[in-house]
Write a protein that binds this ligand. Structure first.
Ligand SMILES: [Zn+2]
Length: 442
């Protein structure tokens, strides 16, 4: 209670709003002919004024008058500084200050000239502010806190995706007049999954977006922004992942041959078609991502029993993950061919010019493959499908899913299964057919 802090005034009464307004305002009940005797009560008016200053310091809301030029207050001998607290006239009462929560109440007319009515306005503003305290923080506030808490571990790109989702959530909630975290409900969130996200959003995108929403809800419960564990009730969006399609052997041959036929150009990969072809072969034979293949360091591989072992740190990782070296295997033929080819720069066979900008080079590889695809008639010609081709080839040859997952450098077997489940299944069918044939024709 702010009033409890108020010091006792000179006449011994508590300088509180209520006490002053109800008990000691000299203006209350004053008749016009008594105005001139007001000077006798002037210390009471000072008391009121003092309490106003204290209450401002305590962040409360102050009522005061803006007297009309014709108002009788101007005929009194009241000091000018205190005239605005003289309430016994029909001039409008204004309001200004801060709610107990600290929100600013802008200077404005209450629309009343009667103190009781104006006090009711003030009381309702204070109650409203108290309600807000009961409701807890707003969705927008919590979204900001959440993003701030994850900034250190997420890349700019991923953080941007979280922000986009939360902005959509805030907008959707506002359209349903929900401002506070505590007012989030399972039904509202389930509706958001349908009406709050773009209609044409791909199923798989939606699946990751809803996963992000659930992360936010998990944090919200942990940090006690909400009192119910909504994450347990809002279901994940299950999507069927489009299965990765490998290139056929013929398509691989067309692409590799097509790489040699792209002559012309004096810059980058266009300058050295044979080297570019080796880059494609490297991706096809090792399953490396284009960003890692571009950075291939010819000094690193060492000879093992059958193959060359190449250890590298994948570019794609979470921001806070420790670098996790990955091993891949090169054939003697490929290793030697790369060593002996014309290198694009002394830094590496596949690096040139702006090689510091890995994304730029990856994009160059992509657009060059697109051109090759158009020329040799292989649809959807892009680097990542060489990786898919590698993975499917391994699976179909009977390499266990766990091992393929390792070779691809996936964070878990689950990731591998998500994209290549179909090929695990066809591996099983192929085995079944082989067993069946051997039983029929022993
Ligand atoms: Zn007045």
């Amino acid at each position: 209670m702010p009033n409890a802090k108020n010091p006792r005034s000179s006449n011994g009464r508590t300088a509180a709003f209520g006490a002053v307004n109800r008990g000691s305002n000299p203006c209350r009940g004053a008749k016009t002919n008594e105005i001139n005797s007001l000077a006798a009560h002037i210390d009471a008016l000072y008391e009121y004024w003092y309490s106003v200053i204290v209450s401002q310091a305590n962040q409360t809301i102050v009522l005061y008058k803006r007297h009309n030029p014709s108002c009788q207050v101007h005929k009194t001998r009241l000091p000018h500084a205190t005239r605005r607290f003289w309430m016994d006239c029909s001039c409008p009462i204004w309001i200004v200050g801060r709610t107990p929560r600290g929100d600013i109440v802008p200077r404005q007319s209450t629309g009343f000239s009667d103190l009781k009515q104006a006090e009711a306005v003030r009381a309702s503003l204070i109650t409203q502010a108290k309600d807000e305290t009961v409701h807890g923080p707003t969705v927008a506030e919590c979204a900001e806190k959440y993003l701030a808490s994850r900034r250190h571990e997420l890349s700019e790109k991923t953080l941007g995706q979280h922000r986009l989702l939360l902005d959509r959530l805030i907008k959707f909630c506002e359209s349903r007049h929900v401002l506070y975290m505590r007012n989030l409900s399972v039904d509202l969130l389930e509706t958001f999954k349908i009406d709050g996200l773009p209609e044409d959003m791909a199923d798989t995108t939606k699946s990751t977006v809803v996963a992000k929403l659930r992360c936010f809800l998990r944090t919200a419960y942990r940090r006690e922004w909400i009192t119910e564990s909504l994450v347990d009730k809002v279901t994940a969006h299950r999507a069927v992942y489009e299965q990765k399609e490998p290139y056929s052997d013929e398509e691989v041959k067309l692409i590799l041959d097509g790489a040699l036929e792209l002559h012309g150009g004096t810059h980058g990969y266009a300058k050295l078609p044979k080297t570019f072809r080796l880059l494609l072969e490297l991706m096809h034979e090792t399953g490396m991502r284009v960003g890692d293949a571009i950075r291939y360091d010819a000094a690193v591989p060492y000879k093992s029993d059958h193959l060359w072992i190449y250890t590298f740190v994948p570019q794609k990782k979470k921001k806070i993950d420790l670098p996790k070296p990955q091993e891949t295997y090169l054939t003697e033929r490929l290793k030697v061919a790369i060593d002996q080819c014309d290198w694009l720069s002394p830094k590496g066979p596949f690096l040139y010019g702006a090689f510091r900008n890995e994304a730029y080079l990856a994009n160059e590889v992509y657009s060059r493959m697109q051109t090759i695809g158009e020329k040799c008639g292989v649809p959807d010609c892009r680097p990542h499908r060489l990786r898919d081709t590698f993975a499917v080839r391994m699976l179909l040859k009977g390499v266990p899913l766990e091992d393929v997952s390792r070779l691809l450098g996936h964070s878990s077997v689950k990731v591998t299964e998500t994209y290549y489940a179909k090929w695990v299944a066809s591996r099983k069918r192929r085995l079944e057919r082989l067993v069946a044939e051997s039983l029929v024709n022993p």
